[in-house]
Ligand binder design. Structure first.
Ligand code: FES
Ligand SMILES: [Fe+2]
Length: 271
């Protein structure tokens, strides 16, 4: 009698493989892992797919979260990252797609170029329906990755620019008479980029990069003195710099705005 018996798969026990999505992305493996572990961006960067997320557990292993889709459907999703295999598995633990698994493998081609292969496994799909379901998943992932690439490349650009910015060390800027300023106004000061804007007739200044993960801040996200970042939805009071959405984060070292000797608006970098 053999020590191990190899059994054929039990009929119906395997989750049917319904399709594969493959794409080359112009980002590093590091940006990919960062994006994968970043559950917070889902309802913001992917607002057409997700309305809300509440994290239940997270760590270097991945995360588990309760998600509400853009159409109001609730599910619990777990993502497990295996760096040694350059792979992560997303499992739908409950909800309309309960039991579905999405396996993503990443193959680095160059330092900032990766090939991704995403396999979709969905239970309860009849053979003749597999390609239709697989195509729907592939279309969804095409859109999600379009959105993610924009975010990952934006963050990479900001990380690269931080190195250049150290050389630019202008600490004071005379901007001219207030009535001549065309607000909002982008300015460079002390090697950083800021936006000068107006809140209830007062001038305010805030950085163009979010202190969380360098998301793009601009005056479009400013309402009644509260600035919202489009990547994870952190909200900041632009006058105090405080984060008013509950995270441990703040707009630090905001420049001082004052009137110079000649009557013009002067910005001084915080030291
Ligand atoms: S980059 Fe995350 S909230 Fe701004
Ligand atoms: Fe994403």
């Amino acid at each position: 009698m053999p020590e191990h018996e190899i059994l054929p798969p039990f009929p119906g026990s395997a989750i049917p493989h319904v399709g594969t999505y493959r794409r080359v992305l112009p980002v590093s493996l590091e940006r990919m892992y960062e994006n994968t572990l970043d559950w917070e961006h889902l309802p913001y960067v992917h607002s057409s797919s997700f309305a809300r997320i509440d994290c239940e557990a997270e760590g270097p292993w991945g995360w588990r979260a309760a998600l509400v889709g853009a159409r109001g459907d609730a599910s619990v999703i777990e993502l497990r990252l295996d760096r040694a295999c350059r792979r992560w598995i997303t499992r739908n633990l409950s909800g309309p797609a309960a039991g579905a698994e999405i396996w993503t493998h990443v193959f680095p081609i160059e330092s900032r170029r990766v090939d991704i292969v995403v396999d979709f496994f969905v239970p309860g799909v009849a053979d003749e329906q597999r390609s239709r379901v697989g195509e729907a998943y592939a279309r969804l992932y095409e859109r999600l990755y379009d959105e993610d690439v924009a975010m990952m490349m934006g963050r990479q650009r900001q990380l690269d620019r931080r190195i250049d910015a150290i050389r630019d060390n202008e600490h004071e800027l005379e901007l001219g008479a207030r009535e001549d300023l065309r607000l909002p106004l982008a300015v460079n000061l002390g090697g950083r980029e800021y936006v000068l804007a107006e809140v209830q007739k007062d001038l305010v200044v805030f950085p163009r990069q979010c202190p969380h993960q360098l998301g793009p801040l601009d005056a479009q996200g400013l309402q009644d003195g509260i600035l919202t970042c489009p990547w994870h939805g952190y909200r900041f009071d632009v006058r105090s710099g405080e984060c008013v959405s509950g995270q441990r984060c703040r707009l630090d070292n905001l420049p001082e705005i004052r009137v110079g000797p000649s009557g013009g608006v002067v910005l001084s970098a915080a030291r």
